[in-house]
Write a protein that binds this ligand. Structure first.
Ligand code: 4AZ
Length: 282
């Protein structure tokens, strides 16, 4: 059977939740090229639209049950990756996960302090999501109540210069910082570049790990590797020029030369959902 990124995503997190020492991320030395691999700490207030997806029932309470990222594009609307909502990940359909929540405005998940936790009232998973090619890896969460303080980011529409190869972009998340299942307690970010589609077409021509499709996906990282998203960052934002251009989706490994990160292209998500305007509620 072909390997699906959802499995790669969830196993280390389940382990990390079950073994507190692994989830602390502080005692073990971080590899020199660690990647958000190659990242730096940020405060949630610097990227208030970055949210954590959480289920303590499923993933344990150590890091507030965080298992994926997401991004607030409306006060009650959060985009995330479809593979985060897979039955393999959640153990059943999302509506069966009673404590599925979004945590917004909290830098340190271990502290349990700050920000807000809001229940997910509805989870829509893109029916066209293909776990083999990774096409269509997005879903929309509707929150039981709107987030306080309007922590919403605008989405970059088709043709926005923020999508141009060479642009500097920033990816945010609580994901693996070394590629070895080392999950930080606090939010991190990594500076990457939007890369030419040709680099991802070459790296991911089609196979068991996925197929790069330039229409619906976005290629970002560093050609030499070293800075990247990783497991646990999935569904989180890639931002350029202050606008949302991508959602963390997949890749081979993390921060490896020749294997850039693959993101869902936000303009294509907007097209699929029929969201015409550059930002706003669904
Ligand atoms: C994952 O499995 C995953 N290096 C997310 C991002 C990347 C690789 C894997 C990109 O969720």
């Amino acid at each position: 059977m072909r390997r699906r990124p959802a499995r790669v995503l969830v196993l280390p997190l389940v382990l990390a939740a079950a073994i507190p020492a692994l989830s602390m991320g502080s005692s073990a030395p971080v590899a020199a090229d660690s990647v958000v691999i190659g990242g730096f700490p940020v405060e949630a207030s610097q990227s208030p639209w970055t949210v954590a997806l959480s289920s303590r029932d499923r993933f344990g309470g150590t890091r507030a049950g965080q298992f994926c990222g997401g991004v607030a594009v409306g006060r009650a609307t959060v985009l995330t990756a479809a593979h985060c909502l897979d039955e393999d990940v959640l153990g059943g359909p999302p509506e069966r996960v009673r404590d599925l929540k979004v945590i917004a405005g909290r830098t340190d998940l271990l502290s349990g302090r700050g920000g807000q936790e809001v229940r997910v009232s509805q989870a829509w998973v893109n029916p066209a999501y293909d776990g083999v090619s990774n096409a269509g890896d997005f879903g929309v969460l509707t929150l039981a109540e709107p987030l306080q303080g309007d922590p919403v980011i605008g989405m970059a529409a088709d043709g926005d210069p923020a999508y141009a190869a060479g642009e500097t972009a920033t990816v945010y998340g609580w994901g693996d910082i070394s590629g070895a299942g080392e999950y930080p307690d606090s939010l991190r970010a990594a500076r990457v570049r939007v890369l030419p589609d040709a680099l991802c077409e070459e790296a991911y021509p089609g196979g068991s790990d996925g197929t790069y499709d330039a229409t619906s996906m976005l290629c970002a990282g560093e050609p030499e590797g070293g800075r990247d998203a990783c497991q646990g960052d999935s569904g989180g934002p890639l931002v350029a020029q202050g606008r949302l251009i991508g959602l963390v989706s997949w890749g081979i490994g993390c921060g490896r030369a020749g294997n850039p990160g693959v993101y869902m292209r936000v303009s294509d998500i907007m097209r699929t959902l029929g969201w015409a305007r550059a930002s706003g509620d669904a």
